[in-house]
Design a protein around this ligand. Structure first.
Ligand code: OFO
Length: 178
């Protein structure tokens, strides 16, 4: 059984993860509008991961006999002044989420809810990885500056990210589903 305070914090974090999904999906649309299909692909993979993050918490709450209460999502940005700005936003967003996970871990410890520690440790590790990946791409975008060739090379590189198996957003699975 999960305590009330941690349950509320977990429900808040489900919303945060779904907002991450929503934000990154918005970036997918933005990158496509700039013909940066490789970046759009990378973000599509990322959006899918965020959906998984939300569902991990969703299932944890259910397994602990808590009630999931979905909340309204905020209206998120739909446009950026440049691809660089979008990547900088993604990096900043990951830092914000790392802070959310730290707060959640803090509450779990205050509530002596050691049962949730393995899951929260998984999220902390995931945040290290996601801050590193978005931060690196944002830094590379800054190096590229206005150079179109550099932008195209980076776009091609990001197109190589492997899509998580079985994702409903997988372009191949999506087209085969007809
Ligand atoms: Fe980007 O890790 Fe979840 O939100």
């Amino acid at each position: 059984m999960i305590g009330e305070r941690l349950l509320k914090a977990m429900n808040d974090q489900i919303k945060n993860e779904l907002e991450s999904y929503y934000l990154y999906l918005s970036m997918v649309a933005f990158f496509h509008s700039r013909n940066l299909d490789g970046m759009a692909h990378w973000m599509r993979c990322q959006a899918h991961e965020e959906q998984i993050h939300a569902m991990k918490l969703f299932d944890h709450v259910i397994d602990r006999s808590g009630k999931v209460e979905l909340q309204n999502l905020a209206q998120l940005k739909t446009d950026w002044s440049s691809p660089l700005e979008a990547w900088q936003d993604a990096y900043q967003h990951e830092q914000l989420i790392s802070g959310n996970i730290n707060d959640l871990t803090h509450i779990a410890r205050e509530e002596k809810d050691y049962t949730s520690e393995p899951l929260l440790a998984w999220f902390s590790n995931e945040q290290i990885e996601e801050e590193a990946s978005t931060g690196k791409i944002a830094a590379e975008m800054e190096m590229v500056g206005d150079a179109k060739t550099g932008l195209l090379i980076l776009d091609r590189e990001l197109a190589a990210r492997v899509f998580p198996a079985g994702s409903p957003l997988d372009p191949v699975a999506y087209s085969q589903a007809g």
